[in-house]
Design a protein around this ligand. Structure first.
Ligand code: ADE
Length: 240
């Protein structure tokens, strides 16, 4: 998969995507991630990428002509991380992008990107949530990591990328590791029982319970609890 990121802070994105999972995926050739400096294609000596907004408005806006946006040349499709508009980034969109053969992300800065770039050179806008960041770079990194881990081979085995929160519409069950006793706080007995069927039921019950408590909207979106799920909750006690 090829992903292009267009930004005025290429080092920020490139460094992030050189570590850990994404870094390994890039080195293994699973992910062809190219980070472009918008200032490399500017036309003036100051490498200016922005200008004042047309019409009285504060701040600066990324200009379409000061740097000839390379988006047409390098993108099968382009999405601009957007301020408070654009499609909300979620696991479904991550899955969609992971199923494509590539896409580009144009990171906005200042007051945003000139409307003509948004309208004519981008396929869409993506927002990582109702929060205003100083620029699209962090949002692009969120997209890169969420999509990258779903690319076949990146997680080591195809199943693991989806065996987590949101993939079945529920939050993840509680995780424990060793030691069995940490300052008097113990790992639930069931997880030490070796009884895999019992463990699976316990996890499913805790997943449901946690989602009901923290994200009831997700349970609602699945159509509420089934009779089987309700029975499971009645049978398995909460994780204390
Ligand atoms: N740029 C600024 N804020 C953003 C957000 N919430 N999502 C995507 N890009 C952004």
């Amino acid at each position: 998969m090829r992903i292009d990121v267009l930004t005025i802070f290429p080092a920020m994105v490139d460094r992030f995507a050189s570590e850990s999972l994404l870094g390994r995926a890039r080195r293994a050739g699973l992910l062809d991630l190219r980070v472009h400096d918008l200032r490399d294609v500017t036309t003036d000596v100051h490498r200016t990428v922005d200008d004042t907004p047309s019409g009285a408005a504060p701040g600066w806006c990324s200009s379409p002509s000061r740097s000839s946006p390379p988006s047409r040349r390098c993108s099968p499709s382009t999405a601009a991380p957007a301020r408070s508009r654009g499609r909300r980034f979620d696991q479904a969109l991550a899955r969609e992008l992971a199923g494509s053969d590539g896409f580009s992300l144009l990171c906005g800065r200042y007051e945003g990107v000139d409307e003509r770039v948004r309208r004519h050179l981008c396929d869409g806008e993506v927002s990582i949530g109702d929060v205003v960041l100083a620029g699209g770079e962090v949002a692009a990194m969120v997209v890169l990591e969420a999509v990258g881990r779903l690319v076949p081979g990146v997680m080591g085995n195809a199943a693991s990328g989806e065996d987590e929160s949101f993939s079945d519409g529920l939050l993840e069950y509680p995780q424990y590791t060793k030691p069995a006793d940490f300052r008097g706080f113990t790992v639930p007995e069931v997880l030490r029982s070796g009884d895999h069927a019992r463990i699976a039921r316990w996890r499913q019950a805790q997943s449901l319970r946690r989602t009901l408590a923290e994200r009831p909207d997700l349970v609602e979106a699945r159509g509420g609890l089934t009779a089987g799920e309700q029975a499971l909750l009645d049978e398995v006690p909460p994780d204390p």
